[in-house]
Design a protein around this ligand. Structure first.
Ligand SMILES: [Mn+2]
Length: 159
């Protein structure tokens, strides 16, 4: 996993966003994988869903509020991997910088992977706003350049 795109998009003298530290996945002592959603009031309001995978935060921009209940499917646009440190970031990215606008933590917790492939991820979210089994599914499996996924809650099997 590379954070090259994350670094090239940002000027760390100008943005308060975290500069990635050099580290390996084994530096993390906890077995809890990070789940985080940041509400990002950029030019267009969106919610940034991030899941820890192999030492980075896999990231999707969700243009509408993520669903707490089943039955709602949200578009989720895959964006560049973010540094693990980003999970604690809240602040305002200055005008003129990439992603300018206010970033707030909307939900945070951990997740448990159930089925994780390059085109489909099923996982259990343990958050405050979102809880339960969720699915991320890539729309055009054959097209590696297409960034569009769907994000939705699955039926709770215990009900
Ligand atoms: Mn964003």
């Amino acid at each position: 996993m590379s954070l090259r795109e994350y670094r090239t998009k940002r000027n760390f003298h100008a943005t308060p966003e975290p500069k990635p530290k050099t580290r390996t996945a084994k530096d993390r002592k906890t077995s809890d994988l990070i789940y985080i959603i940041q509400r990002h009031q950029a030019r267009r309001l969106h919610w940034d869903l991030r899941l820890e995978e192999n030492g980075v935060l896999k990231s999707w921009a969700v243009p509408k509020e993520p669903p707490a209940e089943e039955g709602v499917r949200r578009l989720a646009v895959n964006v560049e991997d973010h540094a693990l440190e980003y999970a604690d970031f809240e602040g305002t990215i200055p005008d003129g910088e990439y992603g300018a606008g206010k970033v707030e933590i909307w939900d945070k917790g951990s997740y448990q992977p159930l089925e994780m492939s390059f085109s489909k991820k099923v996982f259990e979210i343990h958050g405050k706003k979102l809880n339960g089994t969720y699915c991320l599914i890539k729309l055009k499996v054959q097209d590696p350049k297409d960034k569009n996924w769907l994000f939705f809650k699955l039926k709770d099997k215990t009900k």
